[in-house]
Design a protein around this ligand. Structure first.
Ligand SMILES: [Zn+2]
Length: 461
């Protein structure tokens, strides 16, 4: 699975290494994941159903919220899994999680799942939700973190740079924060190279200056940050000589960002789909730009408006059931995103394919006839915009069925002709004679947790 030497916990034993118990457990999970990724889809599904039955039985027995809700659920371990009665379990919405409070917490967590911690995650609207997670769940999180490193053949001796939410006042420019390892998952098993991090609230100039100074092998950050950094480096002719791969998390990746990253730095971009309350949902395939569902950790359904599973090429809501968090089971949880279901992958892995992750309902353009569209921008779209005016950053806000505001940060004030050209371009791009207003801003930043959205609809359907 990797050439990287495993850390030994036994005195005077270097090779083959004998790792400590937690590292051994992690390696044992990884050993299984290495095999199960090649299982046919049916075999993976059967194994998931077996685990789901255990989760359902536990939830019905020990989580007050589910007692009634799972009355008819297919819970008997060992019996055939009845997908029809599974699909009758109501979808768990974000509001349900908020309203349920402690009723979603197990009153009888098996001791071997370890201690629990809780986090709050805000999502893009509304109140934060609380998620309680076990140590065991953390072990699976670590396993998928390492799988991503293996899949994308990262050399863990290298230097990893991250620009992300670090907590208020943490990892500030100019020094950022320095660590002698790549974080919990990697450190547990391997001796790794160093990692450095910088707070996401730093400016693009500061980020680039810091990156040039740190000269990392890998960069992990949000897609919108990558886009901004790459544009800045393109404009100034800046290279990051050691950089060999960019990893993105936490926002919808626009196809244009992938292209730009390759153009400016000559490196591939690898995206991943995770949620703090649900864990790893999907990782990018090692051989393609689509994603593989992490079936060993989560059951994912992509459902159309009628609640039926989407066929390849169809777009639907992402409904997730993490398989291993028994402290606060999320069963058929609507994570709030949309994705496009994909065909089985040519790489041979049986893990289901998500072709694209499309973001949230409020990122959809609603046409005057009510049709919803995903306004993803390709690199040629962005070139077309740049050809009309020197735009640094942009954000579309649909104000009503007939009007769109284009928020802009520009290199200089735009002429009336440039403004009119942009308005025409927006109408052309979105296929309707929308009323387009322009507004100008010194900077455009993300709303919460540094997340930036290119397109926001203020229409509530
Ligand atoms: Zn694949």
């Amino acid at each position: 699975m990797t050439e990287h030497p495993v850390k030994s916990s036994i005195e005077e034993i270097e090779w083959p290494a004998v790792p400590d118990p937690r590292a051994s457990a992690l390696l044992a999970i990884l050993f299984q994941l290495e095999r199960s990724q090649w299982w046919p889809a049916e075999k993976l599904e059967a194994a998931q159903f077996g685990q789901l039955q255990r989760l359902l039985a536990h939830a019905r027995r020990s989580v007050p919220f589910y007692r009634e809700r799972l009355k008819n659920a297919p819970t008997a371990p060992g019996s055939a899994f009845d997908l029809d009665s599974w699909r009758e379990i109501p979808i768990l919405r974000r509001e349900d999680v908020q309203n349920a409070g402690d009723a979603l917490i197990s009153v009888d967590l098996p001791g071997s799942h370890g201690s629990t911690d809780e986090i709050f995650t805000s999502g893009s609207t509304g109140r934060a939700i609380r998620a309680v997670r076990t140590e065991l769940w953390g072990l699976f999180w670590s396993a998928f973190t390492l799988r991503d490193h293996f899949w994308h053949r990262r050399d863990m001796n290298g230097k990893l740079a991250t620009i992300r939410e670090s907590g208020h006042g943490k990892a500030p420019y100019p020094d950022g924060a320095v660590s002698d390892n790549w974080g919990h998952a990697s450190r547990l098993v391997f001796a790794t190279g160093p990692s450095v991090s910088l707070n996401i609230t730093s400016t693009v100039e500061q980020q680039v200056e810091w990156l040039r100074r740190e000269n990392p092998d890998y960069l992990l950050t949000h897609p919108s940050i990558v886009h901004r950094l790459a544009e800045y480096c393109l404009e100034k002719g800046i290279q990051l000589p050691r950089l060999c791969q960019v990893e993105t998390i936490s926002e919808v990746l626009q196809p244009a960002t992938r292209t730009l990253c390759q153009e400016v730095w000559g490196v591939p971009l690898v995206d991943m789909y995770t949620a703090r309350e649900a864990g790893y949902i999907a990782l990018q395939c090692p051989t393609a730009e689509h994603y593989h569902v992490q079936s060993e950790g989560i059951f994912v359904e992509v459902l159309n408006e009628r609640g039926e599973p989407c066929k390849p090429g169809e777009i639907g809501r992402v409904i997730v059931t993490p398989l291993h968090n028994f402290a606060m089971p999320l069963i058929r949880y609507d994570i709030g995103d949309y994705a496009e279901a994909g065909e089985p992958c040519a790489c041979g892995r049986g893990l289901p394919v998500l072709r694209r992750i499309l973001g949230r309902e409020q990122n959809m353009l609603i046409m005057p006839d009510g049709e919803a569209r995903w306004p993803l921008l390709s690199s040629s779209d962005l070139q077309a915009m740049q050809a009309r005016a020197p735009v640094r950053r942009y954000q579309f806000v649909q104000k009503s069925l007939e009007s769109i505001e284009l928020r802009l940060s520009t290199a200089r004030p735009l002429t009336a002709k440039e403004q009119e050209a942009l308005r025409d371009w927006v109408r052309d791009k979105f296929g309707h004679p929308f009323e387009v207003s322009l507004s100008f801003h010194d900077s455009l930043t993300g709303a919460e947790a540094g997340k930036f959205e290119d397109f926001i609809s203020e229409i509530r359907r």
